[in-house]
Design a protein around this ligand. Structure first.
Ligand SMILES: [Zn+2]
Length: 267
């Protein structure tokens, strides 16, 4: 979940999200806020885009993450919602490229759940998100380069425990999505993630992809998952969770004793 502490979550609201979690009967919630350092060129600017962050040359430098303020807000919500287990956390963009900046933030306090993710890929020495990438390569090439970069990101000892949204490029796919042409590239990325001892996030944005990804994850040695909605506003909390939880169970994953811990495979 993201809240107002994530630079791109303009409708984010930590306190309302906690209230919503209680209303839904969720036992726990993790606020994994964006920690981004990659300077990139946004080319497709939609209604909610924070245009004030754009430099004259069209690049965007993510604003500094206020770790102290964020951790104080977490503590405040823990007092307001004593029956809800509230995990602190981060979603670190391109974690393998910003090790020092990540270490500096982790030193500020306790972050219970640290995700690593990729949003941007370089073309030459300029970084783009999928809309910009799609102007420079085919959709298939974008997916292949993305998954190759995932394998690089998880191969180091960078301090993130969970790989988030391995299917991110498919959010920008037009037409019916079929991931099977990328099986080999997916398996390579998933094997590298499993070999690194990391947990795979089952991202509920694209629930129909998860059965195939979970099957490949198991076959490549993956043993643990988390379930994440990647929601940026309270109303999106736990979207599609019933569906992806059923998928995870069908693939042999079960919740642990503590419901905020990763689900593991029992077989
Ligand atoms: Zn993300």
């Amino acid at each position: 979940m993201h809240s107002e502490w994530s630079w791109d979550a303009r409708a984010g609201a930590m306190e309302s999200t906690c209230a919503r979690a209680v209303e839904l009967g969720l036992p726990a919630i993790a606020f994994t806020e964006h920690l981004d350092h990659t300077v990139w060129i946004p080319e497709a600017i939609d209604d909610g885009f924070p245009v004030s962050l754009l430099a004259p040359d069209g690049s965007l430098t993510p604003p500094r993450f206020d770790a102290v303020g964020y951790l104080e807000a977490i503590e405040r919500c823990r007092h307001l919602f004593p029956d809800l287990r509230i995990l602190s956390g981060l979603e670190v963009g391109e974690p393998h490229r910003h090790a020092d900046a990540l270490a500096a933030v982790l030193a500020v306090g306790d972050f219970d759940r640290v995700l690593g993710s990729l949003h941007c890929l370089p073309v030459g020495d300029v970084y783009f998100e999928p809309p910009g990438l799609l102007r420079r390569m085919t959709a298939g090439d974008m997916v292949r380069r993305y998954l190759a970069e995932v394998a690089r990101a998880v191969s180091g000892s960078h301090p993130f425990a969970v790989l988030a949204h391995v299917d991110y490029p498919f959010r920008y796919w037009t037409g019916p999505v079929d991931i099977t042409p990328f099986e080999e590239e997916f398996r390579h990325a998933l094997r590298a993630t499993a070999d690194s001892g990391r947990v795979l996030e089952v991202n509920s944005c694209l629930p129909s992809l998860q059965p195939t990804i979970l099957r490949w994850w198991r076959e490549e040695g993956g043993t643990a998952i988390t379930i994440g909605s990647d929601a940026h506003e309270p109303d999106e909390l736990a979207r599609n969770f019933r569906e992806v939880a059923a998928t995870a169970e069908a693939h042999g994953f079960r919740p642990g004793q503590k419901l905020y811990e990763p689900w593991t495979h029992t077989g």
